[in-house]
Design a protein around this ligand. Structure first.
Ligand code: GLV
Length: 332
């Protein structure tokens, strides 16, 4: 009998032993392709027949492109599972996977601490306007001339968390250590023990009452450009906005206008609408703290993500099921 195959798209950087240990259960293969066109041909030529599960990384999109309808339709008939190494799985069209009977997993909990840490860093940096003085110092101008306006303290400010999933709930605890009052909005109110005392408010209410707004919601067809011109107009003048989720949740052009008009005082961003390109209006604005998508960029978190994803591959090979599936597939 031919051995089942596992296709690795991307690299294993940390959890080498766990990955290698899978070889007693299946043949571990990598694609020959370096481009999307080559990958589609490799699929169509039947070279990937026998692959039951794909392990893919965020960066592998540079080779295959998005797992959209065109690509998913070409995948071998044997393929039943896609294990995505990342919390956000917007590179994979889950709807098409579901229609083809493919189950998809991600790495939700592993990312919570490090992403919420970056979130808090951006909140503090944007409130204190650290970007201007850090740039001035490197230019030999000490705090700058004139020095930046005084920053603001997080203590006593209202933080509105849009999307109270694992990262949002983790951020809530961290923000409370800085004496922030936390309110949140989700499509559904959380059970009280999960919300941990944070007040549930409507979407527009959150926009209107928050001093700081943190975007922690996944990118999908419902959330693309969730924050645009109209939503900015509902926010307090002088609001601070941070985003560690996905860039396209914000309409970046509208954000640049809101910053230029002074309606939004400052912004902290880890993610961008068209990464790695950054809107020139964001680069030019001194009130913007920019981090190049480093929410999970720590040894501990990257290792934990790989271990979780490999655990999912192992679970498929040993039990025929994933340990977790993405929320859209939970009730299937
Ligand atoms: O962006 C990071 C992730 O989706 O895990």
């Amino acid at each position: 009998m031919t051995k089942r195959k596992v296709l690795l798209l991307g690299e294993i950087e940390h959890a080498h032993e766990s990955w290698t240990s899978l070889s007693s259960l299946a043949e571990l293969i990598s694609p020959q392709s370096r481009t999307r066109a080559e990958f589609l041909d490799e699929c169509k030529d039947g070279q990937l027949e026998g692959v039951v599960v794909v392990y893919r990384t965020f960066a592998s999109v540079d080779i295959t492109g998005r797992f959209d309808e065109e690509l998913i339709e070409c995948l071998p008939q044997s393929l039943k599972f896609i294990c995505h190494n990342g919390a956000g799985y917007d590179q994979v069209d889950v709807h098409v996977c579901t229609a083809r009977g493919i189950k998809v997993s991600n790495t939700p909990n592993a990312v919570d601490d490090s992403t919420a840490d970056v979130n808090m860093f951006l909140i503090l940096g944007a409130l204190r306007n650290f970007n201007t003085s850090m740039t001035a110092l490197r230019e030999g101008k000490w705090r700058g001339c004139p020095p930046p306006p005084l920053g603001r303290d997080p203590e006593g400010k209202t933080l509105g968390i849009l999307g109270m999933g694992g990262i949002g709930r983790n951020l809530k605890k961290k923000a409370e250590a800085f004496s922030m009052r936390v309110v949140y909005h989700n499509r559904k109110k959380l059970p009280d023990e999960m919300a941990g005392g944070a007040e549930y408010v409507g979407f527009e209410e959150l926009l209107g009452m928050s001093d700081v707004i943190s975007l922690n919601l996944p990118l999908n067809n419902h959330t693309r450009h969730k924050i645009s011109t109209h939503e900015f107009s509902l926010m307090k003048r002088g609001v601070v906005l941070v985003n560690t989720a996905r860039g396209a949740v914000i309409d970046e052009a509208a954000l640049v206008s809101a910053l230029n008009s002074g309606h939004v005082a400052s912004v902290g961003l880890d993610v961008y609408e068209d990464e790695p390109k950054i809107h020139p209006g964001l680069i030019a604005n001194p009130h913007v703290m920019l981090v190049p998508h480093m929410g999970t960029w720590t040894v501990e978190t990257q290792t934990a993500m790989e271990e979780w994803n490999i655990g999912n591959v192992r679970s498929v090979l040993e039990t025929g099921a994933l340990r977790n599936v993405v929320p859209e597939q939970v009730d299937l």
